[in-house]
Design a protein around this ligand. Structure first.
Ligand SMILES: C[S@@+](CC[C@H](N)C(=O)[O-])C[C@H]1O[C@@H](n2cnc3c(N)ncnc32)[C@H](O)[C@@H]1O
Length: 358
């Protein structure tokens, strides 16, 4: 079993990733593997962000001093590969790669395609499974065919903090079947448009909306290429979907452009703590926090970490109690899909926040 995050990372991949992170933090045109971070305008806050981004994209935890001594992508990559410390790294979901490799490749096109296919199968199956409905009821407090981590209490919190009301036009990014959107509409009277990569989820959402006559509309779309030119949203929500972009800053800018001038964005997002500690970790050093400040002026982050860690343990427990019912139904694959994920996540210490922009 591998124990070192750097053990199996290819030097070229690591250098390319570091050049990319350099690019995100330094506002200079030319960035190469020999661009010196400090000589090119990197200051101490940017240095902390850089360390945080390296950790969140690779699982490699570095002391600030390492950057001071190895301040180019080439030198820092060499340092990472040579050093002997062994950060705590979990293997990926299928156990065939380290979590660092898994995260580096998380949004590569091939993996995105496989993920979309998996969601397609998930949404096509989950809707007809009584065991899955029971699972959602027990975990989330209502069955909306959820695949995120927000239960009804978190949805109610989101509605209250974002002050969603009947006057709002809301964009729900990664809406699944649209039943979370329907719940929000029922509670607030807001009109809601949802987008999701899964065509079967979206089709189901539109069928429900058509038969209920509620002002809900669902569109199949990749969140990385939002295109709803005729609409201006007053509120936008992303419940466990902001992970799925290759370029967070670009995606958030596009979300911003789809909003009214005073649009507010609410994002639920979980971060594995990995080698951060509560002393060194804060949502404000995350790439998401950094971009929300830059693009939306500011935000409040509400801590749901305790709930998150309990959530995954609860999922494991409830899935185990529903195993035989799922198998009897012929839905063993669906069961395994959720069970493998829940067991993996339950082993990782998580931090979760609702970010709400000003
Ligand atoms: C973790 S689930 C969350 C779903 C829902 N918001 C919830 O809380 O249950 C992620 C959702 O994002 C969708 N998704 C994944 N990649 C996407 C992409 N690139 N663009 C749009 N939706 C995507 C999936 O189909 C899935 O519905």
């Amino acid at each position: 079993m591998r124990t070192d995050a750097t053990d199996s990372i290819d030097r070229g991949d690591l250098e390319a990733l570091l050049v990319d992170i350099w690019k995100q933090l330094l506002s200079i045109e030319e960035n190469t593997i020999d661009t010196d971070f400090f000589a090119s305008g990197g200051h101490s806050l940017a240095a902390m962000l850089l360390i945080a981004r390296i950790e969140s994209s690779t699982g490699i935890s570095l002391p600030l001093a390492a950057l001071v001594r190895h301040s180019t992508p080439r030198a820092l990559a060499a340092y990472c590969l040579a050093r002997s410390e062994t950060p705590h790294i979990e293997t990926s979901l299928d156990g065939t790669e380290t979590q660092a490799e898994y995260l580096i490749a998380y949004n590569e096109p091939e993996r995105q395609t496989r993920r979309s296919e998996a969601y397609e199968v998930y949404y096509a199956t989950a809707a007809t499974s009584a065991a899955h409905a029971a699972f959602c009821d027990l975990v989330y407090g209502a069955n909306f065919g959820q695949h995120g981590m927000a239960d009804v209490a978190q949805l109610d919190f989101l509605i209250a903090k974002m002050e969603i009301g009947a006057e709002d036009l809301v964009l729900d990014i990664g809406c699944g079947y649209g039943q979370i959107a329907e719940y929000i509409h029922d509670r607030t009277g807001a009109r809601i448009v949802g987008i999701d990569i899964s065509s079967s989820a979206v089709a189901r959402g539109n069928e429900r909306a058509l038969s209920s006559g509620k002002p809900l509309r669902f569109i199949q779309m990749d969140l990385q290429s939002l295109s709803l030119p005729e609409m201006k949203f007053s509120k936008t929500i992303s419940i466990d979907t902001i992970y799925f972009t290759n370029d967070l800053q670009k995606t958030l800018s596009s979300i911003r452009q789809h909003g009214t001038e005073t649009m507010r964005l609410g994002v639920f997002r979980t971060f594995p703590l990995r080698s951060f500690t509560d002393e060194t970790w804060s949502p404000h050093i995350s790439e998401l926090g950094h971009n929300l400040r830059k693009l939306f002026g500011g935000y409040e982050a509400y801590d749901f970490s305790k709930e998150e860690n309990a959530h995954w343990r609860k999922k494991v427990e409830i899935l185990e109690s529903l195993r035989s019912e799922s198998i009897k139904e012929g839905n063993e694959n669906l069961f395994q899909f959720r069970y493998a994920e829940a067991r993996y996540e339950a082993k990782i210490e998580q931090r979760r926040y609702l970010f709400v922009t000003d």
